[in-house]
Design a protein around this ligand. Structure first.
Ligand SMILES: [Zn+2]
Length: 268
């Protein structure tokens, strides 16, 4: 599933393509036909991301809400738009550009009350300037759950996914099973700042890189990672491989129903 940095990139992309423009909206596969009819012919005012949720705001205060889930995918390009192929849930076009969405978990029109309700159930998004890490810590510091699970809880930290959760804990030298209430406020602040910096870099690069300068392929004279996720990481999907810092084989195990990866030596 895409992590928050991908959704923030999409919000910026869609703003650049359509903000301030009247758009035609349709649903070639018809599943979003009623929603598309509400938006068709309106001006897209602005876009934003909140965690893994993408919001397109329109001039009548209605909002298009999209959650990609596991299979959702956008495509876009310059006009003229191609003939729709396959299951296109949403198509947005103006005289210069087109945008298509396939396979999302959510694609719906919300009024301001429902947008407020959505935001109220989401936690703090490290990529947003209005995020408050203290609000997240109020939940973390009171919880007996493992910090790994708390980082992945979208009601606490919105936008953090599996790769960032695994990697930020390695970089902090924290055992992923550490209960939230054993994490001090200062430790949380450091974790938050590191997560925010990593995710901001992800927005710029369009991929997740988490290794320090000393552990890049060039610095270590090793082959770059080959993986569809692309970036250079310490533990994610590296079970059995040598830790880049201490050579201990990276461990893997299920935790909170998700795949946890860690270095048993660096993260005691
Ligand atoms: Zn290690």
């Amino acid at each position: 599933m895409p992590e928050g940095h991908t959704i923030h990139r999409l919000a910026a992309r869609h703003r650049a393509l359509f903000a301030g423009h009247v758009v035609r909206v349709s649903s070639p596969q018809r599943r979003f036909a009623a929603g598309a009819a509400l938006l068709d012919g309106r001006t897209l005012v602005d876009t934003e991301a909140y965690g893994k949720h993408l919001l397109h705001h329109f001039d009548d205060e209605s909002t298009l809400h999209i959650h990609l889930g596991l299979y959702g995918k956008f495509a876009d390009g310059e006009a003229p738009a191609p003939e729709p192929v396959g299951q296109v849930r949403l198509r947005m076009v103006d005289e210069r550009h087109w945008l298509e969405l396939r396979g999302p978990t959510a694609c719906e029109v919300l009024d301001p009350t429902l947008v407020a309700a959505l935001r109220a159930r989401l936690g703090q998004d490290p990529l947003r300037d209005d995020a408050d890490p203290r609000v997240a810590y109020a939940r973390v510091g009171a919880s007996a759950k493992p910090v790994f699970a708390l980082l992945l809880d979208q009601a606490i930290v919105a936008g953090c996914g599996l790769i960032y959760a695994n990697e930020v804990l390695f970089r902090a030298g924290l055992a992923p099973t550490t209960p939230g209430r054993a994490i001090g406020a200062g430790c949380w602040d450091e974790l938050w700042d590191d997560l925010r910096a990593l995710m901001k870099e992800g927005v710029v690069r369009g991929r997740i890189d988490t290794v320090h300068t000393a552990h890049t392929p060039e610095a270590m004279q090793r082959a770059p990672r080959v993986d569809r996720h692309g970036g250079e990481v310490y533990v994610y999907r590296r079970p059995g491989q040598a830790c880049l810092v201490c050579d201990t084989p990276i461990a893997r195990g299920p935790l909170a129903g998700r795949n946890l990866y860690w270095c048993p030596t660096c993260q005691r």
